[in-house]
Design a binder for this molecule. Structure first.
Ligand code: HOZ
Length: 422
């Protein structure tokens, strides 16, 4: 019996998170045994160059020696306390320093928990129920946010999940990403009922879609005018597209920010934070309840802190950005040479590519209309040549500091060969 069949006998769908099941590309998922640097080793004895990086956290590459040392040293002093520890304060200081819009922070264990908590805080703080999100953006799987969502929900064709009570869904207003006019209209009609706008400032769960000039500025302006809270979901983009996240690239200060992935350095840690006056509404200072047994877990804090310490080293993001640029431009060049239209995006250590005739992709409907069959063929062709890409046309890709010239060259050589077969 295959490993996937064994898993399917006891795990729902054989996986603990849906995109991993390869439903978006067909075939059985690859089982990983170990990972080091830019490469993963599979249970069937293959070595693959990895551009998923555990869906974003592994910005240094897998099993970075400094992160592993911090984890081991911390674990030996205890796995979980459920009481304050100094590491929580140290990582909080580091994050607040890197992202000045975060004056106070709260650590949690997953990106879903961070966004769910930020939404509750926004509702509790403003006394309003309605929230605005954007089609194709994904903010984890809490009820209010699983409406026209991206990522696995989009990949599996269930962007609005059954199980979300209609009474709750009616408070979620879903608008087209990058459409400032639609946002203005919604606020003209309902502005005094809108608790918050939540947005991925660079969308990464419908492939990678940057904001058009003026879009994030418009969100900032309508929220300020209406007394609504602007939440940047930087679970994916934080410490990834730039040290200070997308908010530093576009120079917009959100009221709240959600973080995950890189902030945990590969351990289950995430966070939400922002203006002190808003964060004061969270218990125990305020009435909005939020809690977690494993929140601020010392081993996760150690991994996150050791990771962030390496990101602030001079030149880190310049080197990472150059590797990503070489990869993305190389993919485009390989497609051009094969006569295949491809749109690419990249920033810092994040990239996306869409098989489309459009010269650039800025809207959800453009992503939805892309050539998914061609993506599937490309994915499997690359996998056969030892390159592991995200198994969905709707996910972004990630480059780490461990992806050197050897890995990028090998990837582009494979891409040139595979593009010719599409
Ligand atoms: N939500 C993640 C992609 N954006 C997938 C998480 C996983 O399968 O590990």
């Amino acid at each position: 019996m295959s490993l996937f069949e064994q898993a399917r006998n006891v795990i729902a769908g054989g996986v603990n998170s849906p995109v991993r099941a390869f439903a978006g590309v067909g075939g059985d998922p690859v089982f990983f045994r170990s990972a080091k640097g830019a490469r993963v080793h599979t249970e069937d004895g293959r070595e693959l160059i990895d551009y998923v990086g555990s869906w974003g956290p592994m910005i240094l590459g897998h099993a970075d020696p400094d992160v592993i040392a911090a984890v081991v040293e911390t674990a030996e002093r205890g796995l979980s306390f459920g009481a304050p520890c100094v590491l929580e304060t140290r990582i909080a200081e580091r994050v607040c320093d890197i992202m000045p819009s975060i004056e106070r922070i709260r650590m949690v264990s997953s990106g879903t928990e961070a966004t769910m908590s930020a939404i509750r805080l926004a509702r509790g703080h403003t006394g309003r129920d309605k929230i605005v999100k954007f089609e194709g953006c994904y903010h984890g799987h809490s009820d209010s946010l699983l409406i026209k969502a991206g990522s696995g929900a989009l990949t599996l064709g269930v962007p609005s999940s059954p199980g979300v009570p209609a009474g709750l869904a009616e408070h979620t207003i879903t608008l087209p990403f990058n459409d400032a006019g639609a946002v203005q209209s919604a606020f003209d009609e309902l502005g005094d009922q809108i608790a918050c706008v939540i947005v991925e400032p660079i969308a990464g769960n419908m492939n990678m879609v940057p904001p058009v000039p003026g879009f994030l500025e418009a969100l900032r302006d309508v929220c300020t005018a209406a007394g609504s809270i602007l939440i940047f979901d930087e679970v994916m983009t934080g410490f990834r597209v730039a040290l200070g996240g997308a908010q530093s690239m576009y120079n917009i200060e959100p009221d709240l920010t959600t973080l995950g992935k890189v902030v945990g350095g590969g351990m289950p840690a995430a966070a939400f934070g922002g203006r002190a006056e808003i964060m004061a509404s969270i218990a125990p200072d305020g009435p909005v309840y939020q809690a977690g047994t494993l929140s601020g877990n010392p081993v996760a804090m150690a991994a996150g802190l050791a990771t962030l310490q390496k990101l602030v080293e001079p030149g880190f993001f310049e080197r990472l950005g150059e590797s990503t640029r070489r990869l993305a431009e190389g993919l485009k060049g390989a497609a051009n040479d094969a006569g295949i239209p491809l749109a690419v995006e990249y920033a810092g250590g994040m990239f996306g590519f869409v098989f489309t005739d459009e010269s650039e992709v800025r809207r959800f409907d453009q992503v939805a209309a892309a050539d998914i069959d061609r993506f599937r063929s490309f994915f499997h062709g690359m996998l056969d040549m030892g390159i592991y890409l995200a198994p969905s046309a709707f996910e972004a890709g990630f480059v780490s500091a461990s992806h050197g010239d050897a890995e990028i060259d090998a990837t582009l050589e494979a891409a040139r060969a595979v593009m010719k077969t599409l």
